[in-house]
Design a protein around this ligand. Structure first.
Ligand code: E4P
Length: 296
């Protein structure tokens, strides 16, 4: 077996599934050539707004209409869909702080039909978690995004209990680092809390900013990790090192303490508010609006 094939075999046999975090099919193709596989893809409104074709339209003075953005998003995920493996393609609903669960669910039903391997991303808000609760009852695969607290993860667990379809929860490591926390702590806190559960929610580490973040996720054996192409290329440039038993993560920021939380509570009883979830939604809305025509 060639060195390249043996590296690919080692990577694809890892416990953690590796996804590309982006909005450009050409990038996904490039990473698939580099690693030999891509397990899945995550997209979000900012990443789609950054797709080269979408980005260039407003620069030429023509913003897109809401319908054109929807169609462009659909076309992008349809190109990515056949390039990825078991973890599918996460497609995010467009939601601002006033968007109701019902409105998110309407979008989800449309998006879920775009490709055969869709996961619908809802924000970890009261309305987003309610939408996910309704979506799994319609057998949709879901991904709860903008997760910054154990309590949000517990609410997602409770809201999707009993479902036979995969449920992902996406804790955002890098954005917790940004506010002076040691973001990876949230991953292990959620993993630890879920030990008391039935395993129906998988942890998908997101907002990965460094190769060390990625290696930490592999060493902690999180279920899935979504990584920007740039970081995967840096990892490839170092020869795809894997964390050995002596791996030590360069901790920074304050420790995020573990909380004892009863997963058996009704989902609506959890406090799912978090300032970074609010800010994250505002940022997605701003990026989405930057691509849209003022006449739309
Ligand atoms: C993926 O699901 C997330 O939207 C993404 O990882 C966020 O990354 P960022 O915090 O670097 O924007």
């Amino acid at each position: 077996m060639s060195h390249r094939m043996s590296v690919q075999a080692t990577l694809s046999a890892l416990q953690t599934r590796i996804l590309v975090d982006g909005g450009d099919p050409l990038e996904t193709l490039r990473i698939r050539d580099l690693m030999g596989f891509v397990d899945g893809q995550t997209t979000n409104p900012s990443l789609i707004a950054n797709n080269p074709e979408i980005r260039n339209r407003p620069a030429s003075g023509q913003g897109l209409t809401a319908r054109e953005i929807r169609d462009a998003y659909k076309q992008i995920v349809q190109l990515i869909s056949p390039l990825v493996g078991v973890a599918g393609v996460s497609i995010e609903v467009f939601a601002d702080l006033d968007t109701t669960a019902e409105r998110m669910l309407e979008q989800a039903r449309d998006m879920y039909g775009w490709i055969p391997n869709a996961h619908i991303k809802f924000p970890c808000t009261v309305e987003g978690i309610k939408a996910a609760h309704l979506a799994v009852s319609e057998q949709m695969k879901v991904n709860l995004t903008l997760c910054f607290s154990q309590e949000q993860a517990a609410a997602v667990y409770a809201a999707t209990l009993g479902t036979a379809v995969p449920v992902y929860i996406s804790p955002f490591v890098g954005r917790l680092d940004d506010i002076g926390c040691n973001g990876v702590d949230l991953l292990v806190n959620i993993q630890r809390m879920f030990l008391a559960g039935d395993g129906h929610v998988q942890v998908l580490a997101a907002s990965i900013r460094t190769v060390e973040h990625l290696l930490y996720c592999l060493s902690a054996q999180v279920d899935l990790v979504t990584v920007p192409a740039k970081i995967l290329e840096q990892w490839a440039g170092k020869g795809f090192p894997l964390p050995g038993p002596d791996f030590s993560f360069p901790r920074s920021g304050s420790t995020i303490p573990y909380q004892e939380i009863d997963l058996g509570r009704p989902f609506a009883s959890f406090d799912v508010s978090h300032e970074l979830t609010t800010k994250g939604m505002q940022r997605f809305v701003a990026d989405y609006n930057a691509t849209i025509s003022s006449a739309a």
